[in-house]
Design a protein around this ligand. Structure first.
Ligand SMILES: Nc1ncnc2c1ncn2[C@@H]1O[C@H](COP(=O)(O)OP(=O)(O)OP(=O)(O)O)[C@@H](O)[C@H]1O
Ligand SMILES: [Mg+2]
Length: 954
């Protein structure tokens, strides 16, 4: 009967041993030989492996012991044991039956050691010698057993062996039961606190709970029995002994093996299941294989600035400087590292899922995550991309108006006025822009208008293209500072290239300047009149400058006088002065004066007014009569004094206080044969005085004959009843030169305004040539040439700068692309042809929009000033650099709110963290402050997150 029971026990133990063998976790394959030595297993994994191994050995030993007993019972060992006496035999069988129990105790001590490790890790208590302690205690136990066995044998106290061993093993069982219960329950409570809402972890808690309550209970039962037998309080019985051995060895083995089966991995983020190993020592130096499934390109994780995980340098008081820090030993050693590409949605999602289930954050995982996602750099990136978007939208708006075939824009002003224009600066100045960077684009256009006068559309298009390139570079993960530096270098190089392809221009060569003005006018609404307007602009500038010595032109010396009526080609450059006001001849004064002596006055020919509002009561006709007589005498005196100087043409400044002239004064002037032109604007006085060569008289006393200008003829020209008239001054004798007037004509107000703007642009083009005497080809030839030269140069630069410069060069190709697109050509085809032409050394090749082909722009007479192109490129680059450097937009009151919010968040964060170690606290703050390198989650962040992952893999 007993034999059968022993056979059954043998089989049970053998089955448990085989199950243990099957459950030994496989050692993960390492990716490289060098890293294999550095790799360590997760604490849970290592303990599971050791435990499974220990249980296997214990079961094997117990099987062997049972096998010997069965063999003995069947009498097969009698030959072998015949020399031994019965007491010695008893001694031997006692030893054989009790020794396997000691091996079981060793195996179960691994569970206690693991629970203890977890408990201390959670509490951030460094216990690096825990493993060593457990091993030492085990060895000591074996020594004790051996010592007792040897002593009892040598002292021939054979029957004492069982008593002693029972006491020792009973005592060890009690110790093991209590420590397993204590650490098990501690881990259960801590796990319960950690992940209350995590179902898989709840399952884990149950398993740990079962192991830590069920096993100690069985151990205690056996311990009581063993202690009872050992102290001779009860007599041992073979059957009960076998049963107790089963309960305290086999049953706990089964329970532990059942709890060792891993939790279904489907409950965890999928990424967690693909990774297998950790790198405990150097997170920054590992090979890439580990991170492949996470789509992160980084070869390792960790903060490169601090040379790995910063926690290594955080030492608590009492930490040995030669060893790893407490924090590192507790939390990071053997931790599981994940490289997460935080720039991707997938990476961020993984972080989010891990952080939500993380423990250390103590319920503030969402806040950590929020701060991580909104870390400064990420936030800056968002702001940058939003700015780029707004600026590009502005650029796209004016893009369609680039070039001679560009479209025009109709803008309706709030007052209902309508404006049609092709001029970039005008369009952008009329747009109601809200976004700060959109406004910067309008400012850019305005700046180009001031500097060069032309190229205001091109500058915005180039800026938009560069922003597009910058956006692509930012998305590649290149730092904005690197981009801005590279763009600056590219702009300098571009200027050199433009200088190299420019042709010097001689201001005496009117034809060349004329071509530049025509090119500018060609892309305007009034392009069909470019042949008429261009010579006017060129001659006007040449008249007010000395071609040999001039370095700049003051365009205030050229007065554009707009007069509605006639057609645009009636626009003329006036030799002398022209005024859009008509002569005041209500009293029948002269409208044509030969040998005119012109006076320019700023005082009024009317009765003076009191400074204060006052009333004069006139009671009878006599008084009224006297009043009128006074006024009459006064005005008569004034006109007489004016006439005495010899003046026969009087220009009177407009007054806002009272009437500059009255009917009575006009009447006196008519009688004195003085032609009066009133309502001269205050701002025109300077120009008129300059062109006439005389000073304006501020008072009647200062109006002397030397203040009179002389002209051969002053006459009023009537343009028609509805259009009014103009007054022309020809043959100005006193004029010192340096001023001209241009009479701008057009059939409607919109066209008139646009013609004026176009002439202004043409004047600016000529001025640009005076400023920088060089011409370059038009038709996007310079942009393509610069793009090609930059690309070639970029290759010599190398590194990230090369990538940035290449993007810069590529962006410039948007100008030819847009020109072709606006002209209705096939942009891709044309740009390819243009690229090929420039690659063949045709540096003047540009887009001939008239013939829809590529041709030499100098031969086609499409030329533009060098200054327009250089200033457009430099200004566009400058603006793009400014936009890229902005990482936050804040209005005054929001800034203080933002700071308060930030400070509040810190305080909150500190409070919510467990009061464990200062290192831990600052680590979270460190993460909060946005020191996380972009595209990476620092190993610190993961240190927090993955601690939970370790428990999950328990
Ligand atoms: N006949 C032409 N053939 C080809 N390209 C031309 C011709 N005339 C002008 N261009 C090109 O058109 C572009 C200029 O277009 P446009 O004048 O509309 O814009 P802008 O000068 O940048 O701005 P704006 O004139 O509004 O201040 C330049 O690149 C110039 O080389
Ligand atoms: Mg232009």
């Amino acid at each position: 009967m007993l034999l059968h029971v022993e056979w059954a026990c043998f089989l049970l133990y053998a089955a448990a041993g085989i199950a243990g063998v099957l459950l030994i976790p496989k050692r993960p394959r390492s990716t490289s030989g060098a890293s294999a030595t550095r790799r360590a297993m997760l604490p849970g994994m290592r303990s599971r492996r050791q435990l499974a191994l220990g249980l296997c050995i214990a079961n094997a030993v117990r099987c062997f012991s049972l096998f010997l007993e069965i063999e003995n019972r069947e009498g097969r060992l009698t030959d072998l044991l015949q020399q031994l006496g019965p007491t010695q035999m008893q001694w031997l069988w006692d030893l054989i039956s009790l020794c396997p129990t000691v091996v079981y105790l060793s195996a179960f001590s691994i569970v206690v050691s693991f629970f203890a490790q977890l408990h201390y890790a959670i509490n951030v208590v460094p216990l690096p010698l825990l493993d060593c302690l457990v091993v030492c205690v085990n060895i000591a136990c074996y020594f004790l057993v051996v010592a007792v066995a040897v002593c009892t044998y040598l002292l021939c106290a054979y029957h004492h062996l069982r008593a002693y061993l029972s006491c020792i093993i009973g005592f060890l069982y009690v110790t093991l039961a209590w420590s397993m219960l204590y650490y098990g329950l501690m881990v259960v409570t801590q796990l319960a606190e950690i992940c209350r809402k995590d179902p898989p972890v709840r399952m884990l808690i149950t398993r740990v709970g079962v192991v830590s309550v069920f096993c100690p209970a069985l151990f205690l039962v056996r311990a009581v029995c063993l202690l009872g037998w050992g102290s001779s309080m009860a007599a041992p019985s073979t059957g009960v002994d076998l049963l107790l051995a089963l309960c305290s060895e086999w049953l706990p083995t089964v329970v532990v093996i059942a709890c060792l089966i891993p939790i279904s991995t489907s409950d965890f983020p999928e990424e967690l299941t693909v990774d297998s190993e950790s790198d405990p020592d150097s997170p920054g130096t590992e090979g890439p294989a580990l991170h492949e499934p996470l789509m992160a390109r980084e070869s390792g994780i960790g903060d490169n600035w601090t040379g790995g995980d910063v926690t290594r340098s955080w030492r608590l008081r009492g930490d040995n400087p030669q060893q790893a820090t407490s924090y590192f030993s507790c939390c990071n050693l053997g931790k599981r590292s994940l490289a997460v590409d935080a720039s991707t949605d997938r990476g961020r999602d993984l972080c989010r899922r891990l952080a939500i289930s993380s423990d250390v954050a103590g319920g503030s995982a969402q806040r950590i995550l929020h701060s991580f996602e909104r870390a400064n750099d990420e936030k800056g990136q968002d702001v940058r991309l939003a700015n780029i978007l707004a600026a590009k939208a502005v650029s796209d708006t004016v893009r369609t108006s680039l070039g001679p075939r560009g479209m025009d824009k109709m803008i309706q002003e709030p007052k209902g006025e309508v404006l049609i224009s092709n001029d970039g600066a005008t369009i952008l100045s009329k747009l109601k822009l809200q976004h700060p960077t959109a406004k910067m684009m309008a400012e850019l256009s305005k700046a180009q208008d001031i500097e060069a006068g032309d190229g205001t559309t091109s500058v915005v298009v180039i800026a938009g293209a560069l922003l597009g390139a910058a956006e692509r570079l930012l998305k590649k993960g290149i730092h904005p500072q690197t981009i801005t530096e590279a763009f600056l270098q590219a702009a300098h190089k571009a200027e050199e290239v433009l200088d190299a392809v420019a042709q010097p221009v001689d201001l005496a060569d009117r034809e060349q300047i004329l071509q530049a003005a025509i090119t500018s006018l060609n892309s305007k609404v009034v392009s069909q009149e470019s042949e008429t307007l261009a010579p006017i602009a060129v001659d006007a500038v040449l008249k007010v400058t000395d071609p040999k010595s001039a370095k700049n032109v003051d365009l205030n010396d050229i007065r554009l006088v707009k007069k509605l009526g006639a057609t645009t080609d009636d626009t003329e450059l006036v030799e002398g002065l022209v005024l859009s006001q008509k002569a005041s001849r209500s009293a029948g004064g002269p409208t044509r004066v030969q040998d005119a002596k012109i006076g320019l006055i700023q005082f009024c020919l009317s009765a003076p007014k009191t400074d204060m509002e006052s009333n004069i009561q006139v009671r009878d006709y006599a008084q009224m009569d006297r009043l009128l007589r006074e006024e009459r005498t006064l005005l008569a005196k004034m006109v007489k004094q004016v006439a005495k100087t010899g003046c026969n043409v009087l220009l009177v400044q407009k007054s806002i206080l009272r009437d500059a002239v009255t009917d009575l004064s006009l009447d006196f002037c008519a009688k004195a044969k003085i032609m009066v032109v009133k309502d001269i604007e205050r701002e025109d006085i300077e120009f008129i005085s300059k062109i006439l060569g005389v000073e304006a008289a501020a008072t009647l006393d200062t109006f002397t004959p030397d203040k009179l200008a002389k002209a051969n003829l002053v006459h009023e020209e009537n343009l028609g009843t509805e259009l009014g008239s103009i007054v022309r001054f020809t043959g100005l004798q006193t004029s010192k030169g340096g001023c001209v007037s241009v009479l701008v004509r057009a059939s409607n107000q919109m066209l008139l305004d646009e013609t004026e703007r176009s002439i202004h642009d043409a004047l600016c083009v000529v001025r640009s040539l005076v400023k920088k005497k060089a011409l370059i080809a038009g038709g996007a030839a310079p942009e393509m040439e610069v793009a090609q030269k930059l690309e070639a140069w970029a290759r010599t630069v190398g590194g990230i700068t090369q990538v940035c410069i290449e993007h810069y060069a590529e962006a410039l190709e948007l100008v030819p692309y847009t020109l072709a697109e606006n002209a209705g050509m096939q942009p891709v085809e044309i740009v390819t042809q243009l690229r090929a032409a420039h690659a063949n050394g045709e540096k003047f090749a540009g887009i001939n929009v008239k013939k829809s082909c590529i041709s030499n722009m100098f031969k086609e007479n499409v030329v533009q000033p060098l200054l327009v192109s250089t200033s457009a490129m430099n200004m566009a680059t400058e603006t793009v650099r400014m936009i890229l450097k902005i990482d936050d937009i804040a209005s005054g009151h929001l800034v203080s709110h933002g700071i308060q919010r930030e400070v509040g968040r810190h305080v909150e964060m500190k409070r919510s963290l467990p009061p464990t170690s200062p290192g831990m606290m600052s680590s979270s703050v460190w993460t909060l402050r946005g020191c996380v390198p972009r595209r990476r989650v620092s190993s610190m962040t993961l240190g927090i997150i993955t601690e939970c992952a370790c428990y999950k893999l328990l």
